[in-house]
Write a protein that binds this ligand. Structure first.
Ligand SMILES: *Cc1c(COP(=O)(O)O)cnc(C)c1O
Length: 310
């Protein structure tokens, strides 16, 4: 087995904005599972690596944006377990000056240092990433590979994410999780106890997620999505969000990323303040990782003359 089954620690959160709310909030530190294959990406890659080995594939090919947590994790996992890795990256303009791109972009630099080879494609070509003709053209170009979908989400990923919650976690009655492609929350939903419910906080706009999640889950009840905390869309941030992330870290010592977990935690705290959860509720938020993305986001914030994530 490549990535062994691990359990991450749980901390209680003491945060001034929700003191005396009557609700207790905990966080499961999946971000600490591995230094480079962080958070939910560890869970999502685990059975995919096993499957790739079973199929005797020596190359992993996957897709992502230029700051993608999944790209970083896939490169690190391939490097650690002797798979070649190919990253199909959104944005063909990045290939214009490849050396500079890799020097400047911390995610691509990290992936490149872990031997990932890149293929930069236009945004329109990237949209075809699940089309058989596109995949066939990639096979022609790169030879045989094991395909890991964008964000790592497939049935193997969901199976890995079913290992996030353990028997001891039955004492929490609400489980909260950031949502991108929906694979992680699908695994969580499948492992919920009957007295538990899951709330997902999508990090991007769009109504496709309900449908995506329904492809992977066995239960239809006990879960919902709260779509009020995407902050304008994927990787979009506001000054208010950055201030929140910094304040949360100052008080709790827990770092949050700006794309996923920061938005989720902002949402949870806001809902607690608004009295959404009944007193006595025990909420478990999943820290899905993503901290490698802070550096790249800080570069963007600096360009826009906005406050940094510290
Ligand atoms: C990828 C990612 C997510 C989203 O996971 P999905 O399974 O795509 O919904 C959430 N949080 C972090 C930190 C991530 O990197």
């Amino acid at each position: 087995m490549f990535l062994e089954n691990k359990n991450s620690r749980i901390q209680q959160i003491h945060f001034s904005e929700i003191e005396n709310s009557g609700v207790s909030l905990f966080i499961k530190r999946e971000d600490e599972l591995h230094p480079f294959i962080s958070g939910n990406k560890y869970r999502k890659l685990k059975y995919n690596l096993a499957e790739a080995a079973k199929q005797q594939k020596s190359t992993l090919l996957t897709f992502g944006g230029a700051y993608s947590n999944h790209i970083a994790a896939a490169a690190a996992a391939g490097f650690a377990y002797n798979f070649k890795t190919i990253g199909i990256i959104r944005g063909d303009e990045l290939a214009n000056n490849l050396e500079e791109t890799i020097q400047i972009n911390p995610t691509l630099k990290f992936a490149s240092e872990h031997q990932m080879k890149f293929e930069f494609v236009s945004r329109s070509a990237y949209r075809n990433k699940t089309e058989p003709e596109f995949i066939a053209s990639l096979k022609e170009k790169f030879g045989d590979f094991y395909l890991v979908p964008e964000g790592g989400t497939n049935n193997f990923a969901v199976k890995g994410c079913e290992e996030i919650l353990t028997e001891e976690d039955a004492k929490y009655n609400v489980i909260c999780c950031a949502v991108g492609t929906g694979g992680t929350i699908s695994g969580i939903i499948n492992s919920l106890k009957n007295h538990q419910k899951a709330i997902g906080f999508p990090a991007l706009k769009g109504d496709f997620l309900q449908h995506e999640i329904n492809k992977y889950i066995l239960k239809t009840e006990n879960w919902s999505l709260n779509t009020n905390y995407h902050f304008g869309g994927y990787a979009k941030v506001s000054e208010e969000l950055i201030i929140f992330i910094n304040k949360f870290k100052r008080e709790t010592k827990i770092p949050l990323d700006p794309v996923y977990t920061g938005k989720m935690m902002f949402g949870i705290v806001d809902l607690i303040k608004k009295g959404f959860f009944e007193k006595g509720n025990k909420i478990l938020a999943i820290h899905t990782g993503g901290l490698q993305g802070i550096e790249g986001m800080n570069q963007l914030l600096e360009k826009k003359n906005l406050a940094q994530i510290v």
